[in-house]
Design a binder for this molecule. Structure first.
Ligand SMILES: [Zn+2]
Length: 126
């Protein structure tokens, strides 16, 4: 989570106290310095003001960029040089799966599970 905040150059505007950071919410561009809290040990954030929302590092990127969690995962992999090999192995698998006969529904479920797995892998990097 700290690396994500650094990526956005937000660390300067946040105040650290122990395990947590607080500062103005970068998501709704608030000004109250206590409305946005980050827990560094649990890698989660929360906006107690307008957003009334919280999440993990990927949720944060998704909200900042206005993209899906999946797209946010790809960005995180690119920014932080996460495991690219795992990514390419995944896409080969995806192609192989696509060639197999089977319902689209089954395929998309498998695809979803793979995405979920990959996200979990990424989360452990933050
Ligand atoms: Zn907010």
């Amino acid at each position: 989570m700290e690396r994500v905040l650094e990526h956005y150059g937000l660390m300067d505007s946040f105040k650290r106290s122990g395990d947590s950071l607080s500062g103005p919410c970068p998501l709704h561009k608030g000004s109250n310095p206590t409305q946005f809290r980050v827990s560094l040990s649990s890698n989660i954030w929360n906006c107690f003001s307008e957003c009334k929302h919280g999440g993990n590092a990927l949720d944060f990127i998704a909200t900042m960029e206005g993209v899906s969690i999946h797209a946010a995962t790809l960005k995180a992999i690119e920014w932080f040089d996460l495991d690219r090999e795992a990514m390419s192995a995944d896409s080969e698998q995806n192609e192989a799966t696509a060639k197999l006969p089977g319902s689209t529904q089954q395929f998309s479920r498998a695809r979803y599970q793979m995405d979920a797995l990959r996200e979990r892998e990424c989360k452990s990097y933050f």
